[in-house]
Write a protein that binds this ligand. Sequence first.
Ligand SMILES: NC(=O)c1ccc[n+]([C@@H]2O[C@H](COP(=O)([O-])OP(=O)(O)OC[C@H]3O[C@@H](n4cnc5c(N)ncnc54)[C@H](OP(=O)(O)O)[C@@H]3O)[C@@H](O)[C@H]2O)c1
Length: 340
Amino acid sequence: MTRPRALVAGAADRLAEAAVFPSFSRIGIAMRRRLEGWGALPPMDGRTVLVTGATSGIGLAAATAMAGLGADVHLVGRDPARGAAALSRVQAAGPGTPRLHLADLSEPSAAAALAAEVAAESDRLDALVHNAGALTRTYEANSEGTERTVATHVLAPHVLTARLAPLLCRAGADGPGAAPPTIVTVSSGGMYTQRFDLDQLESGPQGYDGVKAYARAKRAQVVLAAAWAERFAPAGVASYAMHPGWVDTPGLASGLPRFRALWRPLLRSPEEGADTVVWLAAEGPTAGERPPGAHPPKAQSGFFHDRSARFDRRFPISHPSDPGDGDALLAWCASRTGVS
Ligand SMILES: NC(=O)c1ccc[n+]([C@@H]2O[C@H](COP(=O)([O-])OP(=O)(O)OC[C@H]3O[C@@H](n4cnc5c(N)ncnc54)[C@H](OP(=O)(O)O)[C@@H]3O)[C@@H](O)[C@H]2O)c1
């Protein structure tokens, strides 16, 4: 990119981000794609990826796109009919071998059972995409009494990551010439409204507010992704969180129906919402100069939107972060799941 063009692209990006609406809507991605000259993503032949929530919306679009790049995709859904439909769509997208797993990730033993199933079929994992999620308006608890939003968005990714770590690390052992394995966590711009507070992470039935519970879980996902980045860096595994913007999916239609009705013409398509997920898994951000003959070293962590790193807090004074948050959250997850 020429210097004047880069200056224009940077200024437009910062303006859109500051005003929120242009950034999160389809305007943001169209503008950035054009001004930043986004290129085609590299092939993912021979790479194995897992996508949770792959039966619908952003997850299905991400799984389809990665299959189109040549990856073997493990799709995770919870409904057999939607799973079968997603599997045939992903199968038709590329030459790889997709596999379907059924798991309700809000249930306590589901993530561990899923990880065991995946480990029996694959000996390495190049990308693990934590995408499954939902905004539910009424309080629901799983069979162990844990509120389902926190169980699905925080506890299941914790267990899945811990149990699949050997497969990710095996892919990381390929060395600097290979594309490093990556964990991608699909958070939400809604997390900007909440600070991380472990004591308030799990809501109770009294005065339950589904929007708040969702935003707190999404904030916790950002903390978790950063904690994984620190833990996995020595093994060459990167961990990112991202937010997809406002995307027209069945999840948005059921979670925020009035918002969807109001802004529908400006919402992103699932493919646009999935773009940064696929970019992080297939290519990702580079850090520093490329050493001769080596794959560009990746930045190992960060919070992303539209292929760029973003601040993870819009209100640093009211939403301070504590360097101990990651350790505290990992310890809490371990105590709730028995998996460390
Ligand atoms: N759409 C947006 O504007 C937006 C904005 C910010 C963040 N996000 C995030 O993006 C992710 C994908 O959402 P989406 O908008 O694509 O919604 P979606 O179309 O409803 O897709 C959500 C996927 O997650 C699965 N899922 C939900 N709860 C699950 C559970 N307990 N166990 C297993 N799978 C479960 C769903 O399975 P079923 O098919 O069985 O329901 C579906 O495959 C979510 O994490 C969401 O929070 C979305």
